[in-house]
Design a protein around this ligand. Structure first.
Ligand code: ARG
Length: 457
């Protein structure tokens, strides 16, 4: 088959060479964006008198027909035609005749592919933002039921201080809120039109780049035609924001895995988000959480892949840049899938409140309470810390916990201890009293839930 760019060539490439160079197997995902870009371009061409209104109408009619077929999955593409752009142009010309060839006036595949990706990512980022909000809603709904459910809070994975389970859940809400802010900021660079930059230098035709940008809903145009066709920062930013999001999901996934283990027993995942073992009948594995933890790896990989592809590329377009797409598609798919699964996992998991609470009873996570108790009575905190450390040591030696010591033993350590010390040692009291802004105290958590709901409006 003669290539669309065949004029200069005397020989055709062999099929396996074509195959290596082609992107149609993956860039066909851009079919609708490619058509949208072309519709805007031809509207602009007609408005600037570069093609006639009749020609533009014919071209648009053809494009709409192709779009309809694409939506019904009725198009078949050819590898010889390399990519989605040449495939569509060829389908169009087949359909409406040589006038189809006028569509490419004043543009190049280099600005065309860039437009497609800007349009694609705009849609996908908006979808991902919705998915994040869905997951945040699940977190808030669960948090509302568990403000006064207490659990051990950890540092170094050692029990540190008791906290409200809702407070723990809301920590992820705020991480996701930052992820959203990063994507929203990313949209500022996505929403810029490269269309009309041509191959690299602009065009001799009297085009109106502002008009095509406006039709496509872009906020502005690239100021420099070389930059317009060479820039993939907006994809890198998307991949960075996605990497951070996946890191958050991966940390949460790890906690879900720990919490559903026999050792913790803080939650039970629903059957629909777990799997069994082919050999051990008792097993219920948190596969989905593990997969999300694992999939963060491929999202980081996609980011590093693209950074490496772009490193050292001279301006402007280089074919290396065709390698930008698969990682982008894969990141979109992985992030969207992980968010959906996570929301479902949270919605359906059973929280074992009693088990969580029990875990706060038999440990030393109330030791800080004792130190705070003493320093509230005027003892410098460092001294209080020392005294409580000694009490903990006594307990360890006796094989008991702080609440098991009698008042005499407390008072031997410090005369400041009084009978109300037992109340202060209650984990629930400890949580309730941490009422500093952003702390785990119940009234703070109720307040945080209201704030979180505000954010989702
Ligand atoms: N398939 C190409 C890509 O994805 C489109 C741009 C091709 N431009 C060119 N001059 N070969 O990057």
């Amino acid at each position: 088959m003669k290539k669309l760019w065949g004029g200069r060539f005397t020989q055709t490439a062999e099929e396996w060479v074509d195959e290596f160079g082609a992107s149609i197997s993956f860039d066909q995902q851009l079919v609708l964006e490619d058509i949208e870009g072309s519709l805007a371009h031809v509207t602009m061409l007609a408005s600037c008198g570069i093609v006639t209104e009749e020609e533009a109408e014919l071209i648009k009619k053809g494009l709409y027909e192709i779009k309809e077929k694409a939506e019904k999955d009725e198009l078949s593409f050819s590898v010889e035609l390399e990519d989605i752009h040449l495939n569509i142009e060829s389908l169009l010309t087949e359909m409406i005749g040589p006038v189809g060839g006028k569509l490419h006036t004043g543009r190049s595949r280099n600005d065309q592919v860039a437009v497609d990706m800007h349009l694609y990512l705009r849609n996908q980022v908006e979808h991902i933002l919705d998915l994040i909000t869905e997951m945040q809603k699940e977190l808030v709904t669960l948090a509302e039921q568990h403000v006064e459910t207490i659990m051990p809070g950890y540092t170094h994975l050692q029990r540190a201080q008791p906290i409200s389970f809702a407070h723990h859940l809301l920590a992820y809400f705020w991480m996701l809120e930052r992820d959203k802010a990063r994507y929203i900021d990313n949209l500022n660079r996505i929403n810029v039109s490269p269309l009309g930059a041509g191959a690299l230098a602009g065009t001799t035709f009297p085009i109106d780049r502002y008009l095509s940008a406006e039709i496509l809903g872009f906020d502005s145009i690239y100021e420099n035609s070389l930059d317009a066709v060479s820039d993939r920062d907006f994809i890198l930013e998307f991949m960075s924001a996605s990497s951070i999001l996946m890191m958050h999901l991966s940390r949460f996934a790890e906690e879900i895995i720990l919490w559903s283990s026999q050792e913790f027993q803080f939650i039970e995942l629903s059957d629909s988000f777990s799997t069994g073992s082919s050999i051990m009948p008792q097993k219920k594995n948190p596969d989905m959480a593990e997969l999300i933890r694992g999939k963060s790896g491929r999202v980081y990989g996609n980011l590093f892949g693209l950074l490496t592809i772009l490193k050292g590329l001279p301006l402007a377009y280089n074919k290396d840049m065709q390698e930008d797409k698969e990682g982008m598609f894969d990141t979109v798919k992985t992030v969207s899938g992980s968010l959906k699964i996570f929301a479902g996992m949270i919605r359906t998991m059973k929280v074992k409140s009693a088990q969580m609470e029990k875990a706060t009873q038999n440990d030393f996570s109330n030791a800080t309470e004792l130190a705070d108790y003493l320093s509230a009575k005027g003892l410098p905190f460092r001294q209080a810390h020392e005294i409580v450390g000694e009490l903990v040591l006594i307990c360890v030696q006796k094989g008991c916990y702080l609440k098991d010591l009698n008042l005499e033993e407390f008072q031997k350590a410090s005369a400041l201890f009084e009978a109300d010390i037992y109340e202060a040692l209650e984990p629930k009291t400890a949580v309730k009293r941490r009422n500093s802004a952003g702390g785990t105290g119940f009234s703070q958590v109720y307040h945080a839930i209201e704030k979180a709901k505000e954010c989702m409006k």
